[in-house]
Design a binder for this molecule. Structure first.
Ligand SMILES: Cc1ncc(COP(=O)(O)O)c(C=O)c1O
Length: 402
């Protein structure tokens, strides 16, 4: 059958999707990437500052460990919660880095950081429950909350607070229906980092209420000023925290698909059942490489961090010289989030124009929620040369059109 014939046949039947599919959002970064690739196929040059992944290769010791594991036969199903050795390595790593005592039965290994968001919400959020999430923030939070029929309650991040939240606003949003609060530090898209005091204030606002916190710490090793602090170490919060971290950003392993959650053992059992029902397990040979990533040489992590910091410094300085742009220095992750209100353009329109007319792919702040209006997000996980080129192109464009 030709493809046309297949299409014609398919159109005889209405696609009867489940209602919930109308509530499922997306991650605009992938859409902009596709549009940018289409422009490139037409012969246009595009600098890619839209996608959030390190431009470095996975460290060679980790790649070698995976190849070795494949040769040794780590090609079979493994336990749904993850290989015991990796769960143990993660428990030790998190115990050390967050100053808490974590045991391996509190660890669930999954294919990437995203499944921890999905599974935590699946396990905890009923229809009508309220979930508080940062806005602007990683779009998958709102997408998944709404998909499950829970109520998405945004907590605004404020530029003048270095993209931290106002704890009084948080306190005002918490009520008897609040089931879960999502925190993210270092933050995507703003690069904001919660200080020790911020974490204490948030813990105080939650008090002893029976509310779980999903603490998304996927950028925990990408901090440029200060230290990483996690709510899991606050007194009384280990039982109420699901800590999300993973290998994608820290070890430049986005395509490997490996992340983990740390949570109380009873909840870990339920997330493990969700793994059994969905993925069976995370790929076994990648988990062997994960042990090497955590226990082996860490110099590439530090190298990437210093390199991102150098690029951040240069890119923020360059943006601040461009008409209509003003940009704070982000303290973590590899994103910069300039305020563009003085250009007089709306974020989405400006992001589209920069792609179409200046050949620079970035994301509208509104891809991260309504409170992202007035901002753009650029990823600095690209070469210094490309970042300079992007600045030149944006500068020329603004001189022509603003
Ligand atoms: C805040 C945040 N959480 C989670 C993820 C998902 O990470 P992964 O690619 O490991 O699923 C990302 C990826 O961009 C992110 O920015």
């Amino acid at each position: 059958m030709t493809s046309l014939a297949i299409m014609e046949k398919a159109t005889q039947y209405e696609l009867r999707l489940a209602d919930r599919m109308s509530r499922l959002g997306t991650e605009t970064a992938f859409e902009v990437l596709n549009k940018a690739r289409a422009l490139e196929r037409q012969g246009k040059e595009v600098v890619h500052l839209e996608i959030g992944e390190p431009d470095f290769d996975t460290p060679s010791n980790v790649v070698d460990a995976a190849v070795d594991a494949l040769h040794k036969g780590w090609t079979h199903y493994g336990p749904s919660a993850g290989l015991p050795e990796l769960r143990q390595a993660i428990a030790e790593d998190v115990s050390r880095s967050r100053s808490v005592k974590v045991t391996s039965d509190e660890v669930v290994v999954v294919p990437g950081g995203k499944p921890i968001i999905f599974f935590s919400l699946l396990a905890l959020a009923d229809v009508g429950d309220e979930v508080i999430y940062p806005n602007p923030g990683f779009p998958i939070y709102e997408s998944m909350i709404r998909y499950l029929g829970a109520k998405a309650v945004p907590i605004r991040l404020h530029e003048e607070k270095d993209f931290g939240l106002d704890v009084n606003e948080l306190a005002a949003l918490i009520n008897d229906r609040t089931k879960l609060i999502i925190l993210n530090s270092p933050q995507n898209p703003t690069g904001g980092v919660l200080s020790r005091q911020d974490i204490r204030d948030i813990a105080d606002a939650i008090g002893d209420r029976n509310i779980m916190v999903l603490s998304d710490e996927i950028y925990s090793r990408l901090i440029f000023e200060g230290e990483h602090h996690s709510i899991i170490a606050q007194p009384g919060f280990q039982e109420r925290t699901i800590l999300l971290d993973g290998f994608s950003k820290t070890y430049a392993m986005t395509g490997w698909r490996m992340g983990y959650g740390v949570m109380r053992p009873d909840l870990a059992t339920h997330l493990t059942r969700l793994m059994t029902n969905s993925n069976s397990c995370t790929a076994s040979f990648t988990q062997i490489a994960g042990v090497e990533a955590l226990r082996g040489d860490q110099s590439s992590v530090e190298h990437m961090r210093t390199e991102f910091q150098r690029r951040r410094d240069a890119f923020v300085a360059g943006l601040n010289r461009i008409k209509g742009f003003s940009c704070r220095m982000p303290k973590g992750a590899f994103y910069v989030f300039p305020n563009i209100t003085k250009t007089g353009w709306k974020s989405k329109k400006l992001a589209d124009a920069l792609l179409d007319e200046a050949g620079v792919a970035c994301l509208s702040g509104t891809s991260f929620g309504d409170y992202g209006e007035g901002y753009l997000r650029f990823s600095v996980a690209n070469s210094q040369e490309n970042l300079t080129k992007a600045l030149d192109h944006i500068d020329q464009w603004t001189k022509r059109y603003l």
